[in-house]
Design a protein around this ligand. Structure first.
Ligand SMILES: [Zn+2]
Length: 416
């Protein structure tokens, strides 16, 4: 009988070490359990706190490095009925030593694969940690409670963390403009509206991007992104303020979080449990693109319109900029379709004009204060900075470029 529990101190040949980890097996309640993994001379042996033991001979071991951290090492048996895993940094090396060369090839190929993916993974890892947290908390509160109620019960700091991570990870469609003659007037609109935000704790940080794409979005937690193309397209400060209020409303109504929990939800939780990150990566990547960040549901769009009107009115900004902007975009839709990302993500102008106008008519009369900025100076400053070219490199919006399609059919289809 070989000396299974010999240690390196004694012989330096057989290394017995224990690692904490987990096991997936159909017979376990929940299908999984925490285990202590021992590396013996011919096999891995994992024991649960309940006394169940699982053994995988090194000859059978199928290795995979992954999991949501990208650093978990999974070992499966021949028929893949048992999966043992550990995240311990020393585990791969100890396993290689214990298996005496039998797993070196598999480990080397998994490690090089993991290395190749780590660059891509690192970009999204911060956002993924937040997204994972949302998923787990969502599950904790019970999916059946409804994504909206679950979202409202999460701390706003989570929105901020996710939004900031998303902004860092998102590809920008142009350079950021720091010229205060451009940023300060827009910041003043944001600040005026922020005083009337529905939730506290949002950090409405403005980024102006030099791109002819007509777009703006507000990430969870308040990171507000305005493209110079939108400033050029707007005909008045009131119209610009209308888009900003609408986008800020998406953030204060926490639509991004609802959308992520709905998109990732149970699928992501299951993916994480089986150590498959591909799905969650794809969902996060898709969410973190300028073309799809505004792909909210029709109901969320209506909510953002009406909350935007409320914020404008509360901030003593004439909310008629909202319906007048929709009129303008309705007319221009089709002329520069590739550049009009905001239009393609916000279809159905006729009903939006009607809905926002109805709300405005129902609001108590109030003296509105003009937006304090030099509109012509801002526009010419932007025109000078801007490339004046539509960003047509993003061809993923081809479906929305067809102006003969009923706009309502485009909802949710763009940017995917
Ligand atoms: Zn919207």
């Amino acid at each position: 009988m070989p000396a299974l529990h010999q240690t390196a101190d004694q012989q330096g040949v057989f290394v017995t070490q224990k690692f904490s980890g987990g096991v997936f097996h159909a017979d376990l309640s929940d299908g999984r359990a925490g285990v202590e993994i021992e590396l013996l001379h011919s096999h891995l042996c994992a024991s649960t706190a309940d006394g169940d033991a699982f053994v995988i001979p090194y000859e059978e071991c199928q290795l995979e490095i992954g999991g949501y951290t990208g650093k978990m090492l999974f070992c499966r048996n021949a028929d893949r009925s048992v999966t043992l895993f550990s995240e311990d940094k020393q585990f791969p090396k100890a396993l290689a030593l214990a298996a005496g060369g039998r797993l070196d090839d598999q480990l080397a190929s998994q490690l090089s694969k993991a290395k190749g993916e780590s660059r891509r993974g690192a970009i999204f890892s911060f956002g993924l940690v937040a997204a994972t947290l949302i998923v787990l908390v969502s599950l904790y509160f019970g999916i059946r409670a409804g994504a909206n109620r679950v979202t409202q019960s999460l701390p706003v700091s989570l929105d901020r963390e996710l939004g900031k991570a998303a902004y860092q990870a998102m590809p920008k469609e142009g350079s950021e403009i720091t010229d205060p003659l451009v940023t300060e007037p827009i910041q003043s609109i944001v600040d005026r509206l922020a005083d009337h935000a529905k939730v506290e704790g949002m950090d409405f940080e403005l980024h102006v991007i030099d791109s002819a794409t007509v777009n703006a979005y507000c990430l969870p937690g308040g990171t507000m992104v305005v493209y110079t193309g939108l400033i050029s397209a707007a005909e008045s400060p009131g119209q610009l303020a209308a888009v900003i209020s609408h986008e800020m409303a998406h953030a204060t109504l926490r639509h991004g979080l609802s959308r992520i929990s709905q998109t990732l939800g149970l699928t992501a939780a299951v993916s994480l449990l089986i150590g498959d990150t591909a799905g969650i990566m794809a969902a996060a990547e898709e969410f973190f693109t300028a073309a799809s960040i505004n792909s909210y549901s029709r109901q969320q769009e209506t909510e953002a319109d009406l909350e935007g009107v409320r914020m404008l009115h509360a901030a003593a900004i004439d909310p008629s900029g909202m319906p007048s902007l929709f009129e303008l975009l309705k007319e221009e839709h089709g002329e520069l379709p590739e550049a009009l990302v905001w239009v393609s993500t916000h279809p159905d102008h006729a009903s939006r004009i009607e809905e926002t106008q109805n709300m405005i008519d129902s609001l108590p009369a109030k003296p509105y204060k003009p937006i304090d900025l030099d509109w012509e100076a801002l526009k010419s400053r932007v025109a000078g900075d801007s490339t004046k070219k539509a960003d047509v490199s993003n061809s993923s919006n081809e479906s929305s470029a067809d102006s003969t399609v009923d706009p309502s059919e485009l909802e949710q289809e763009n940017g995917s």
